[in-house]
Design a protein around this ligand. Structure first.
Ligand code: ZN
Length: 318
């Protein structure tokens, strides 16, 4: 189900409305021709942080897009481009990823692009449009994959980017590698009246969230939901339904949002990553969402599918 049809879609991911041109981008000459079109747009990630521009009213932030002439002028022409797609106005969109050390070697240095902001905090601040956050999220996932796949997994030789950044090819043995998404389940577990929420050590103080975990090879989504909830909370889960998904660019997960029916309700936390877990009814979850909870409990920020699942429960939609 696309987020647009749900009332509370998260602000990161799933909003990249471009034509990815997956057949055409395999042709290097086609990609180069798109780079040279005057309406082409480029943005830059330095250490995975985007170069930004102030919005028109100064209270918002936008991606700082460069045109082909600016790309050449800034000395960005020698860096590999990642082709993100063509938008509804027929404009090709690209990103260029580099390290801070690379950026310092640019003709006019790196200071002109500061401040650079960590993507997660940029998203949390709620000052950037969801479509622009989705461009950064996609480029960030892709750039991270390139950073960690410079050598061939089969023979160890160097690999080169192909297909506008959507493949790497080994020069020695011809093996191709493709960008990966790591599937993870994230689940709203309910007993009909209440939902299961937990707190992990790594969470911000007082934040309660739905449970989540990676899907393992050979495992169906439904079974991953049942296994994770049993491992983390000792709760047996019966029927599992799919609700929505979210690409999560830290570094490149695909969060598969599900609703599961609890068959038991006694919480057991031995050997669990959770330090605390509880059942909360719709009214109590509503107070967490409104920051009016009697014990100060709250829920994750609205950048994530966890927030959407919890809010959907509070409003009786899930
Ligand atoms: Zn190889």
């Amino acid at each position: 189900m696309p987020f647009e049809t749900l009332p509370h879609y998260p602000t990161i991911g799933a909003m990249l409305h471009v034509d990815r041109k997956s057949a055409e981008r395999a042709d290097q000459k086609w990609v180069e021709a798109q780079c040279n079109r005057p309406e082409a747009r480029f943005f830059v990630l330095i250490n995975l942080k985007p170069i930004l521009a102030s919005g028109a009213n100064r209270s918002t932030t936008e991606i700082r897009w460069f045109n082909p002439a600016e790309r050449a002028d800034l000395g960005l022409g020698e860096y590999d481009v990642l082709f993100l797609g063509i938008d509804g106005q027929d404009r090709p969109h690209f990103s260029i990823a580099m390290s801070e050390n690379d950026a310092k070697q640019l003709p006019r240095g790196v200071e002109q692009f500061e401040p650079l902001v960590e993507f997660r905090s940029l998203a949390m601040q709620g000052i950037m449009a969801a479509e622009e956050l989705s461009f950064i999220a996609t480029a960030r996932s892709l750039a991270t994959w390139h950073q960690t796949h410079r050598c061939c997994g089969r023979c160890g030789a160097h690999t080169k980017p192909r297909d506008g950044g959507w493949r790497r090819k080994c020069w020695a043995c011809d093996q191709s590698a493709f960008p990966r998404s790591d599937p993870a389940v994230i689940m709203l577990i309910t007993d009909g009246e209440r939902c299961l929420l937990g707190h992990e050590e790594r969470f911000l103080e007082n934040v309660m969230s739905v449970l989540a975990g990676f899907v393992e090879p050979g495992e169906a989504i439904e079974d991953a939901v049942r296994r994770e909830v049993m491992e983390e909370a000792g709760i047996e889960v019966g029927k599992v339904s799919y609700l929505a998904s979210q690409p999560w660019p830290f570094p490149h997960s695909l969060m598969i949002g599900c609703v599961g029916e609890a068959l038991t309700t006694e919480i057991k936390l031995e050997d669990s990553e959770l330090v605390h877990a509880l059942w909360a009814d719709r009214a109590e979850v509503g107070r967490m969402l409104a920051s009016e909870h009697e014990d100060g409990l709250r829920v994750p920020a609205n950048i994530s599918i966890s927030h959407m699942l919890i809010r959907s429960f509070a409003e009786g939609l899930a």
